[in-house]
Ligand binder design. Sequence first.
Ligand SMILES: Cc1cc2nc3c(=O)[nH]c(=O)nc-3n(C[C@H](O)[C@H](O)[C@H](O)COP(=O)(O)OP(=O)(O)OC[C@H]3O[C@@H](n4cnc5c(N)ncnc54)[C@H](O)[C@@H]3O)c2cc1C
Length: 338
Amino acid sequence: MKVGIAGAGLLGRLLALRLRAAGHEVHVFDPAAHAEARGAAGWTAAGMLSPVAELECADEAVFRMGLRSLELWPQVLAQLPLPVEFDARGSLLVAHRGDESTARGIVDLLLRKAPAGHAPQQLAPAALRELEPAVQGPPHAWLLPCEGRIHTVQAMQALAAGAAGTHWHWDSPVTAVEPGVLRTAGGDLRFDLVFDVRGTGARPQLPVRGVRGEIFWLHAPGVALQRAVRLLHPRHRVYLVPRAGDIVVVGASEIESEDRSPVSLRSTVELLAAAHSVIPELAEARIVHSESNLRPALPDNLPHLEVRDGLVRINGLFRHGWLIAPALVEQALPEHSA
Ligand SMILES: Cc1cc2nc3c(=O)[nH]c(=O)nc-3n(C[C@H](O)[C@H](O)[C@H](O)COP(=O)(O)OP(=O)(O)OC[C@H]3O[C@@H](n4cnc5c(N)ncnc54)[C@H](O)[C@@H]3O)c2cc1C
């Protein structure tokens, strides 16, 4: 088949990989200037793969897709020509003394929503010290054993490299997607099957909005963090995600705004103060990068998958795109195309 994909973000790259592996002719269109331009939210994401913790704002379908994707990621990564850091040794929830009631409320919600066998496991301080000695501040901790993390920048690069033979059309926005047709400024382009994975660019065909998120990369040699850690705090959620090269990613604000301007002073103070309160050793870390981007979200904040003759639309991956994308792509691809 001749396949057209509108959007070269996380979903567009995963789809291109799958469809090229199945032998199709694949054309991907994106307004970005080139393959490394950082417009897609996929580049900015911290890469937490958190089916249980995301139950705070998601439903059981997201949880199930998350578990499935945790199985699928190693298979996807094994096909890629470049290494991608991936870890599935679990993640941690932590809380400071004084924030117990906030933490209890969230943990109780997760206990109610998480299917049996996936509940948060409370850790005694000695067990926390053994698992993550760098976490010194908060005395309360829970292990979420089925969670993981992925290096999103490496994965974006490797997915594009793995989809060898794909025709990438940069600087090429798609204004509308209809069955078998991608509409561009240069006219209608016809395909056997088209995918609309434009994220926040899918308006007005989908009522998608962008939810601003800001993150930092800290260079912290000597801080031996293995797992993603989320601080349960009364006002904001803050997480720390270790990456290769002594990097700790600290994120993320969640602001109902489509402002893509640089990180604000308020977010800087709140996120970094919270990160330092979890790992005091971060005091000497260097802030090497900060970034803001928009999470594509639909009004119900749930993912949307629409499969019709000649057209597939996927959107609304919100704050858990890396968690659920492989499972959504698996569901989306008609049997004859993958
Ligand atoms: C700060 C932040 C932290 C995050 N952390 C996590 C995390 O820890 N774990 C997790 O699972 N998820 C996380 N996410 C969410 C995740 O990044 C998104 O859910 C995911 O990237 C959505 O994938 P997508 O392919 O739908 O959209 P995107 O990755 O945004 O890609 C959309 C693509 O469509 C292109 N496009 C736009 N308009 C057009 C047009 N007119 N024509 C053609 N192409 C177009 C864009 O240029 C872009 O390349 C985070 C997001 C942010 C912003």
